[in-house]
Design a protein around this ligand. Structure first.
Ligand SMILES: N[C@@H](CCC(=O)N[C@@H](CS)C(=O)NCC(=O)O)C(=O)O
Length: 240
């Protein structure tokens, strides 16, 4: 059994999509960021940086119930690490052949440290912050926000070009797609009004969003978004 601790965030979606795709037994625990639950002593024991997602695997060796020391619970934070851990645990969603691994690692780490990071910066500015920013004379902050949005759009364009002649980021459907999908869902919070300006990325996105496991994953904890402003909730969940 795996305990999953997350919230309605891009990085959490990566982890929960992987758990659903792999059909691993898990219990989902909501860590409400707005209430500061990520800084509770219990959560800090799981992740000293007080962030989500985190998983705790109670059966890391796959020998549930034998009580051996080697099977003590393992806690994993950092969404990229969680995806690689789950791929190693199951032998799925990551190539095992070294000749294919190079391509996988290249793209996986580009997604986690390049694409995901570029998108994430722009979402720091929600509508209220942007209104305050642009109704004041804060030139430096305005330029910074414009730069974050430019970087986000450049990263979308890079992934779009890469997907021009393939269905998945590298080889078959893999953890690289799952990492990128989690980041892509709230694209409207990342300076992109209409994803169809990136036709290949858009095709990939629609195809993945339709997967039953992805739909189940994105429904987890969704009701906690009811307290969010409507425009933000719509953008967060890519709703009309
Ligand atoms: N690099 C980390 C980033 C995790 C992260 O920043 N999580 C955010 C939500 S997306 C968080 O927990 N923020 C709460 C806080 O910083 O207080 C990962 O990929 O897991």
């Amino acid at each position: 059994m795996i305990d999953y601790y997350g919230y309605i965030t891009t990085m959490s979606w990566r982890a929960i999509i992987a758990l659903e795709e792999l059909e691993l037994p898990y219990r989902a625990h909501s860590i409400v960021l707005g209430k500061g639950e990520q800084r509770s002593p219990d959560h800090l024991a799981r992740n000293p940086f007080g962030r989500v997602p985190v998983i705790v695997d109670h059966d890391p060796s796959g020998r549930d119930g034998d009580g051996g020391r080697a099977n003590e619970p393992v806690s994993v934070f950092e969404s990229g690490a969680i995806l690689l851990y789950l791929a190693d645990k199951t032998g799925r969603l990551k190539p095992s052949d070294p000749s294919e691994s190079a391509d996988f690692y290249k793209w996986f780490f580009w997604v986690v440290t390049g694409y995901g990071a570029a998108l994430g910066q722009s979402s720091e500015f929600n509508e209220e912050k942007r209104f305050r920013l642009f109704s004041s004379g804060a030139k430096y902050e305005q330029a910074l926000y414009a730069r974050f949005c430019d970087s986000s759009r450049a990263a979308h364009a890079e992934l779009d070009r890469h997907l021009a002649d393939r269905d998945y980021i590298c080889g078959d459907y893999s953890m690289a797609d799952i990492a990128a999908l989690g980041s892509t869902v709230p694209y409207r919070l990342h300076g992109v009004a209409d994803l169809s300006v990136y036709p290949h990325l858009s095709r990939w996105y629609e195809h993945l969003r339709a997967r039953p496991a992805v739909q189940r994953a994105l429904a987890v904890d969704r009701e906690s978004g009811s307290v969010l402003p409507e425009y933000y909730r719509e953008a967060l969940f890519d709703e009309a």
